[in-house]
Every structure is written in C-alpha cells, then in structure tokens.
Design a protein around this ligand. Structure first.
Ligand code: C2E
Ligand code: MG
Ligand code: MG
Ligand code: MG
Length: 281
C-alpha cells in the first residue's frame, strides 16, 4: 500500500508539473506575441509630497491588454517573464515607452515630471543595462533627471561590486534611484550604506494596517529614521486612508503613492495631475 500511495504521489506531481510546463509554454508564447503585437500598455500612478501635496513623480506600471482576456495585471505575467527571461525585452519596452511618454508630455507643454520605472534584477545580469537605459533616454531626448529607476532588494543578491559600479554610474549620469518594496527583501544595512540610492519606497504591506499595528509603526519609523541618517527620501506605497497619511506625515515620511490619492491611470486620465509649464516670460 505504501508503494501505491508513493506512486500516486509521484503521478500527482508529474501531472501537476506537466500542467505547469504547458501553462508556462502558453504564457511564453503569449508574451512573445504581446511584444510583437504591442499589447502591453503603461498605466501611471501619481506620487505626492505629503506636506505640500505637490506632484513629485509618476510610476509607470505595465498591464497586458489581452485580446480575449482583457487587461491583465503584472502579478499574473511578470513572474513568468522573469523565469523565461522575457522580462528583459519587456522591460526595455517599458523604459522606452515611459521615456517617449515623458517627452511627449513636455512637448505638449506640461512641466517636466519624473517617471519611475520598475527594473528586474535580470537587467543587471544580462547585457549592458547602462548602455540600454542611457541609449533609450538619448533616443527620446529625455534628460536622465526625469527618469527614476526602481530597483528591488533582489539585485543585492548579485555580485555587490558589480551592482555598486552600475549604481554609481547611474548616479553620475543624474538618474534617480530608489529601492522598491523596501523592508520585504534582502538588503542589509551594510549594503544600504554602500548603495547611495536617493529613495526608499516603504512597502505597502507595512502601510496597510498602520492605524492599528504597532509593529508596523515601529518598522516604518525605523525606515524613515534610517533614510534620514543616510540622506535618502522615503515614499510610502499603498497609502489608502487619511489616517495613514497623518501618521506618515507625523513620522516624517516625505512622499506617498496609493489609492488614497489615485489609482494607476491610463495616459488620458493622468494628465489632469500634470502642471502646465510656465510659458516664456
Ligand atoms: P510595485 O512596483 O510595488 O507597484 C505598486 C503596486 O501597488 C502596483 O500594482 C499598484 O497598482 C499597487 N497599488 C498602488 N496603490 C495601492 C494602494 O493604495 N493599495 C494597494 N493595495 N495597492 C496599490 P501593480 O500595478 O499590479 O504592479 C504589481 C507589481 O508588478 C509592481 O509592484 C512591480 O513589482 C511589478 N511591475 C509592474 N510594472 C512593471 C514593469 O514594468 N516591470 C517590472 N519588472 N515589474 C513591474
Ligand atoms: Mg515599483
Ligand atoms: Mg513598490
Ligand atoms: Mg510593492
């Protein structure tokens, strides 16, 4: 009987693995087609200064406009794109499109706004990420000061000196650098001391229950104090309530992004948050 159940377990797992492999293959083909047929689209979520309420930036977030399934959120396809390596060309498309859009807004007479893009750690492993990003900025004639690169703590698992060199080069070129989902990953304080990034994005999981959870309060307080000591800014992601806003303000967090202010919006709707550039005197 033990043997039987062992075989059943084995069979169960092979079946499951076959389904996963099939599904992955289908996804891989779907993603390749999406790139070719330009089915990806960027949504934009505004970020605000918590004290002045000024717009400080906009994060570009990818969606897949699937011909049959409609709008698919990144959590459904980015992890697979990471596994297949397709995140590299997809990420290039994101950066190119974000640069094009940021430049287009300027040409339409809006005051320049910084657009943040999410990078995958694979970009740092494959090819020349500096050349890729500076090339796209040049192609769209967009000043690097209007591009923010969001890194995840996962990149810290790679060769530190290699990553440090890249980060330093981006800084020298005047890109803005931030660490996304901060507090959930692998960054040690020693790494942070060496990575001179501009901004820590406090992960939304610490904001969600901030009104009632004293441990979350302790965490956000530590992150904000740490950032202050390192001369970095902090932005709270997933900010949903007035009470969260007040706590974050009180604790000295400078910026926020979340449904409280705005959902991620299609281009047409996000322009209402942009300012008109002052005309020639
Ligand atoms: P992220 O970079 O941390 O982006 C923030 C996510 O939180 C977004 O989810 C956003 O829609 C969501 N969000 C914003 N405000 C709130 C709020 O008040 N409450 C809650 N509950 N959620 C909020 P989204 O757009 O589904 O993206 C999920 C993740 O997918 C992103 O997390 C990012 O890691 C990844 N991603 C998105 N676009 C790209 C991309 O172009 N490239 C790469 N590599 N990853 C991307
Ligand atoms: Mg992000
Ligand atoms: Mg984030
Ligand atoms: Mg997040």
């Amino acid at each position: 009987h033990a043997k039987d159940s062992g075989r059943n377990t084995y069979r169960f797992y092979t079946d499951k693995m076959n389904i996963d492999a099939m599904e992955r293959l289908r996804m891989r083909n779907g993603l390749a087609e999406a790139l070719l047929k330009q089915q990806f689209v960027l949504y934009y979520q505004p970020q605000f200064d918590l004290h002045s309420a000024e717009l400080v930036g906009i994060e570009a977030l990818i969606r897949w406009n699937h011909p049959e399934k409609g709008l698919i959120l990144p959590d459904k396809f980015i992890p697979i794109a990471e596994q297949t390596g397709q995140i590299v060309p997809i990420g290039e498309w994101v950066i190119s499109e974000a640069c094009r859009q940021a430049k287009a807004w300027q040409q339409q007479g809006y005051a320049p706004v910084r657009v943040a893009v999410n990078l995958s750690s694979l970009h740092f492993k494959r090819g020349d990420v500096i050349k890729m990003i500076t090339g796209l900025a040049q192609e769209h004639d967009l000043d690097p000061q209007y591009i923010e690169l969001e890194l995840t703590e996962a990149i810290m698992l790679q060769d530190v000196d290699h990553i440090l060199d890249i980060v330093k080069t981006f800084k020298t070129l005047h890109f803005t650098l931030s660490i996304d989902d901060f507090g959930t990953g692998y960054s040690s304080l020693a790494f942070l001391k060496r990575f001179r990034v501009d901004k820590l994005k406090i992960d939304g999981s610490f904001i969600r229950n901030l009104e009632v959870d004293t441990h979350d309060l302790a965490i956000i307080r530590s992150i904000i104090q740490l950032a202050k000591g390192f001369n970095m800014r902090t932005i709270a992601e997933g900010l949903e309530t007035q009470e969260q806003l007040e706590i974050l303000r009180r604790e000295g967090c400078q910026e926020g992004q979340g449904y409280f202010f705005s959902y991620p919006l299609p281009v047409k709707q996000v322009v209402k948050y942009l300012h008109v550039a002052p005309g020639p005197a």
